[in-house]
Ligand binder design. Sequence first.
Ligand code: SF4
Length: 65
Amino acid sequence: MTDNNYANQCIICNVTSCAHHNKNRNYCSLEAIRVGTHEPNPTVPPCTDCQSFTPSCSVPADSMV
Ligand code: SF4
């Protein structure tokens, strides 16, 4: 279980729908995250993704479209 009280001050984040987000401070509560891309040739910030993102309320995979 994630300890959301921890704030990793090296990872500023405002994705409040993530289970790892520290709700009281805009930081990630993980020690480290994985960042990747969904593009073959990333050129701007929106090309990148936090691949450690976890929905704060899980949705069964077979219910997703
Ligand atoms: S795992 Fe990624 S999206 Fe989630 S709080 Fe940490 S940095 Fe933000």
